[in-house]
Design a protein around this ligand. Sequence first.
Ligand code: NAP
Length: 231
Amino acid sequence: MAGHRSRHIMQDQEGLEQDMKIGILGSGLMGGKLGRNWAACGHDVTFAYSRSTSKLERLARDAGASYGSVAEAVDGADALLLSVHWSRVDDVLEQATASLGGKLVLNCCVPLDEGNSNLVIGPNDSGAEELARRRPDVRWVSCFNTIPSEAFAPVFARKGQTPAPQVFTYSDDDAAKEIAGGLIRDVGFEPLDTGGLRNGRYVEPFALATVELAYMQPGGPALTYRFEKLR
Ligand SMILES: NC(=O)c1ccc[n+]([C@@H]2O[C@H](COP(=O)([O-])OP(=O)(O)OC[C@H]3O[C@@H](n4cnc5c(N)ncnc54)[C@H](OP(=O)(O)O)[C@@H]3O)[C@@H](O)[C@H]2O)c1
């Protein structure tokens, strides 16, 4: 598909264009699908963190990507996606160790309880802020946490058609937000700047509203959104 050829690239010290090395920390519904799409854009993707090595191997083979341990995925990565249940976040951070320091991490996790029905952080705090407290040395960008994974394939297939669906994107690091924005565009979405990590207090509850819209209301789960300001 024509739209799949354009992609976000980094420039090396000589200004030469390079694909990005992306580590997927949590290779389930979110990580598996986003990783596959980034690999289709030409990025060097490593799938990690699953209970099944054969699943990681299959994901990597199908996507033309690699797989490995969390530490291997973090090593040398330009960007990482944190895509695990909230209860697994500490384990991933522990396995990532100090090498996560200074890295750009796209976080799509919603701080949910085991039953996935209630937020365990809020209303005057957020998972995004909690992660930043746990690892202040990481360049955190929250995104994709309000998009059901079922939307990723159809959005990617329609990439390049306008208008692109939006993704709430919030971070306290503007430069990191900009790089993340390129990766968001690569998979067919438009980043919608939703301010700093503090706004996770409002976006994370909204993620539960998207669950209602995607899975409870009629019409199927491939839900996307666009906000418009009228003049
Ligand atoms: N799914 C959505 O549509 C959606 C939308 C917005 C936000 N989110 C958020 O995104 C995050 C990821 O959701 P998801 O739906 O992608 O979850 P998921 O499909 O359950 O994927 C989580 C990944 O973590 C791995 N994992 C779980 N326990 C593990 C353990 N003990 N050791 C090693 N690996 C383990 C899983 O391994 P296995 O491969 O063995 O299962 C899987 O690869 C969550 O925080 C969720 O709230 C999800």
